[in-house]
Design a protein around this ligand. Structure first.
Ligand code: C5P
Length: 233
């Protein structure tokens, strides 16, 4: 898959999501991220509806459970014809291997599978004091990415500022899917480790995940087009 901009459709119901996508002209079919809020609220039907309109879908459910449960859940998700999904790398290599097995369809095809390393909301202090993980956050992200690669996954979700750590440890082909994107002239909201679409491209992001700078813009289509031209050049 080529580099792309993924819109985080963080809406609470199907109608708001479809109304938002209706703003885009017929020929423009952005890659869409469906997260827990929308999936749990609207159910698998919203995935089918968005897919039938011609969009690629990143189903961001961040699975983290015992390997058998993750394998069987991934089997269900792969039948939805999604293009990308994810697990928590903290679930261990065995769980990630099970996810990959479950996701692989009978014909051998499968969606892209990436692992969340450390959530950008987890600080090093909390990781060390609450979770008793003594390593630095950078070393943890590097090791989690390496584990994901060993399990056969395609890449990780990380902050754009961590993409170079991941590429160095794994390979330049290993995907870095990066939220935390803001235009140079927009607000940070609750994001801390942020960068612009152009800078994300320079430091190696393969897919940028952009929510509010597009969904809350006065003109979402213009904001999406700006993101695409800054990121893809
Ligand atoms: O609105 P905003 O651009 O901040 O949205 C970013 C999206 O990426 C949200 O859907 C958020 O849940 C997701 N995300 C994130 N940080 C992570 C993992 C996912 O912001 N570490």
């Amino acid at each position: 898959m080529a580099k792309d901009v993924i819109i985080a459709c963080d809406f609470s119901n199907a109608q708001s999501t479809l109304d938002f996508l209706d703003k885009f002209p017929q020929g423009t079919k952005p890659f869409v991220k469906i997260g827990m809020e929308l999936f749990y609220g609207a159910g698998p039907e919203i995935v089918r509806q968005i897919k039938s309109r011609g969009h690629k879908i990143f189903l961001d459910l961040k699975l983290h459970d015992i390997p058998n449960t993750v394998r069987k859940t991934m089997q269900v998700l792969s039948a939805l014809d999604i293009d990308m999904t994810n697990v928590h790398a903290a679930g261990t290599i065995d769980m990630m291997k099970a996810a990959l097995e479950g996701l692989t369809r009978p014909d051998g095809s499968r969606p892209v599978l990436v692992a969340v390393t450390q959530l950008t909301s987890t600080s090093q202090e909390r990781m060390q004091n609450e979770l008793l993980i003594g390593a630095t956050i950078e070393d943890t992200i590097s090791q989690y990415a390496f584990n994901a690669k060993c399990a056969g996954l395609d890449g990780v979700v990380c902050s754009p500022l961590e993409a170079s750590i991941v590429k160095k440890r794994c390979s330049s082909e290993f995907y870095a899917v990066t939220p935390g994107i803001r235009f140079a002239d927009s607000t940070a909201d609750d994001q801390v480790r942020i960068t612009t679409p152009a800078r994300a491209r320079e430091i190696g992001s393969d897919y940028i995940v952009v929510g509010r700078p597009i969904t809350a813009a006065a003109d979402p289509v213009a904001a999406y087009n700006r993101c695409v031209s800054e990121f893809l050049g």
